[in-house]
Design a protein around this ligand. Structure first.
Ligand code: 28G
Length: 642
């Protein structure tokens, strides 16, 4: 391959400055440099291929995580244009070196708006050690190559070098994320897979093949979802008791394509997701309000029509009517706008109007012909209204009692400091581990709250039961910020007494179960704790290996041990196995789980609720390795999600 020395003409200077800006502040373009940002590189490239699908020229995309740590994405579209552009550069080079909308995180507004490909390509290019691209077009395979965003192949008469002949068309990109930029350069297969599956649901004509060739394996899975968002809703409800079939509306209004699919299950909450131009809107927005308003109106008027509501009865509330509903609202908008900095909430007023209009037209058409389904849904609303009324009563009486009894807190071993930004509270399962933790902690800023026995599963309990539970009351009082639930929000994060709430449970099945129950509690009743990143899980190591020469180290799971055995094949070492927190002495407990210098924590984040309606899927962890450098390696060992 002919490499060019780094010589640039004046016209390319500003290009380099643009890419330099991306490397200087990568977070502005891909959100973060954590694994989330890393995975985002793949989505940026895949989105371009999806755009080519939406343009009507591509029905097959392949994504491969290569054994060398790079990623390959290919499509069978028209191939990025390679002809000489006005600036004397092949069009492909412009796409890969110019920042089209530059600056703000996610140029989502510009995507999928009719022929505006390639927005994220230059960002991925700038953040990659190398990027290699092959374009099949006009009977030939055209080649280009970059290093850290800079072109690295000599042009031939101003055009890309040709590698061979072909009758096919398409684009194939291989890139290696730059370790100078990212905290980790190991993609999360689980996350990428779930995003690709979601893309397949949103684009029923598309087939997406995912391969993972890392660690010398070769797994392959194909996503093709001809039922589209109907299949998506069905998938999300697959572990639930369905009360209706999925119902589907589709229409085009004022250039906006609207699709809605929903299904009722025997559950007490709603799960409604909004997409605009294939992008998930975590905070919803106008498409969802349009859907909710119209659907509530239609169903209330049916309720009166068939006598479920009598003249004197008040209307069902929106949440009543959506009780048990799983829904996907997906729109295609030519000019999407978003609210606020994070771009997760759709803001176009016309989106609300169009969705309302389609629902108003099509819902009556459907329910006039499916009276049984109508009655089932109104039955769910009635049930919800009843529960709402008793809950309100229970809550009011409990809140008055609370004033007198909520302030005593026997079991909490509090810390000395009152500076919330420095304080930590450990929720420890079992009295014996709780006792050791109290001895081991640094009482200046570490509080210990032992909890006993099983925590109430709040998914299965009504609010009065939840608030009557002693362990839960103790937690609410200790944290200091109250709680929120469906019908009211008494939660105030500014009152939080601890910066970190750390769940400390054994690394076994029981421990995982307790962790899930606690996270479920936080997620349902104190979601801001998680949203604002205050909730952690301590990751006590399973093993310590002490080589006969050299320093000992902690290993966090069996994979790590297997890896250690492989890499230390002809060395002698002693292996210690930790059975459980209760069996560690205070020194060990301090070293492995309490000391910020040596412990390993996972911070809990709320993942997009996609492809998983159960809590374990909604919550996910990101590793927060200890401050000391040598433990950095363990971050990989502790990776549970590969
Ligand atoms: C494999 C990895 C990711 C892509 C295309 C196809 C075209 C294109 C991409 O155009 C914008 C518009 C025309 C120059 C468009 C091909 C029109 C005609 C395309 C991809 C700028 C870019 N023929 N396929 N971009 N053009 N696939 N896959 O990136 O003027 S990007």
């Amino acid at each position: 391959m002919a490499r060019k020395k780094e010589i640039y003409d004046e016209s390319s200077i500003h290009v380099l400055e643009g890419l330099e800006a991306v490397r200087m502040r990568p977070g502005m373009y891909i959100g973060s440099t954590s694994r989330k940002g890393l995975n985002h590189l793949i989505y940026e490239i895949v989105d371009n291929a999806v755009d080519e699908h939406l343009a009507g020229f591509c029905d097959h995309i392949e994504v491969t995580l290569e054994n060398d740590g790079s990623c390959t994405v290919s499509d069978n579209g028209r191939g990025i244009p390679v002809g000489m552009h006005e600036k004397g550069v092949p069009a492909e080079r412009l796409v890969y070196t110019t920042l089209h909308a530059g600056g703000k995180f996610d140029n989502e507004a510009y995507k999928t708006s009719g022929g505006l490909h390639g927005v994220g390509s230059s960002v991925v290019n700038a953040l990659s050690t190398y990027l290699d691209i092959k374009i099949k077009r006009d009977g030939a395979i055209h080649h280009d190559h970059y290093r850290q965003g800079k072109p690295d192949l000599e042009l031939v008469n101003g055009l890309l070098p040709i590698m061979g002949k072909t009758r096919e068309t398409g684009t194939c990109v291989n890139f290696l994320p730059d370790p100078e930029i990212f905290d980790t350069v190991r993609f999360s297969a689980t996350e990428v897979r779930s995003r690709l599956h979601e893309t397949a649901y949103l684009n029923p004509g598309l087939t997406i093949v995912f391969r993972d060739r890392r660690d010398d394996k070769n797994s392959e899975i194909t996503y093709h979802e001809p039922d589209g968002i109907i299949g998506y809703v069905r998938e999300m409800n697959k572990n639930e008791e369905a009360l209706t079939e999925p119902i589907y509306f589709r229409g085009i209004d004022e250039g906006i394509t609207v699709e809605v699919a929903f299904q009722y299950v025997n559950e007490f909450h709603e799960n409604i997701m909004g997409y605009c131009n294939n992008i998930f809107n975590a905070d919803g927005g106008t498409h969802l309000t349009g859907f909710k308003t119209a659907f509530t109106m239609v169903m209330n008027s049916y309720a009166r029509e068939i006598g479920v509501l009598k003249d004197k009865d008040p209307n069902f509330t929106g949440p009543d009517i959506r009780n048990g509903m799983t829904a996907v609202v997906s729109i295609k908008h030519p000019d999407p706008r978003f609210e606020g900095q994070t771009k997760t909430k759709l803001d176009n007023a016309d989106a609300s109007k169009s969705v309302s209009k389609i629902v108003n037209e099509q819902a009556p058409h459907y329910f006039d012909r499916n009276l049984d389904t109508l009655k089932v849904i109104l039955g769910c609303a009635e049930k919800s209204a009843k529960i709402r009324k008793t809950s309100e009563k229970a809550k009011n009486s409990l809140l008055t009692k609370q004033k007198y009894s909520f302030d005593t807190n026997g079991k909490l071993a509090n810390c000395i400091s009152r500076d919330a930004s420095k304080c930590e509270i450990f929720i420890v399962e079992g009295d014996s581990a709780g006792g050791s933790a109290k001895t081991a902690r640094d009482r200046n800023y570490q509080a210990i709250l032992p909890i006993r026995g099983k925590i109430l599963n709040v998914e299965k309990a009504s609010i009065d039961k939840v608030l009557a539970n002693a362990e839960i009351r103790t937690m609410i009082t200790s944290f200091g910020c109250g709680f929120s639930e469906g019908y009211g929000n008494d939660f105030d994060i500014t009152k939080l007494r601890y910066d970190k709430i750390i769940i400390m449970a054994d690394a076994d099945v029981d421990g995982a179960h307790i962790g899930t129950l606690l996270l479920t509690l936080f997620y349902r009743y104190m979601p801001d704790l998680i949203r604002e990143g205050h909730v952690y899980i301590a990751m006590p190591p399973l093993y310590k290996v002490i080589p006969h020469k050299g320093e000992g180290e902690y290993l966090y799971d069996d994979n790590a041990l297997a890896r250690y055995r492989k890499t230390h094949r002809d060395q002698k070492f002693t292996l210690q196995r930790y059975k459980g927190l209760g069996e560690m002495d205070p020194d060990q407990l301090w070293e492995t789980t309490l000391n910020p210098e040596t412990r390993m924590l996972r911070r809990i984040e709320i993942a997009d609720p996609r492809l998983s309606s159960d809590i374990t899927g909604v919550l996910m962890g990101t590793d927060v390795p200890p401050r000391r450098d040598f433990i950095y390696e363990h971050a990989r060992d502790a990776e549970l999600d590969v």
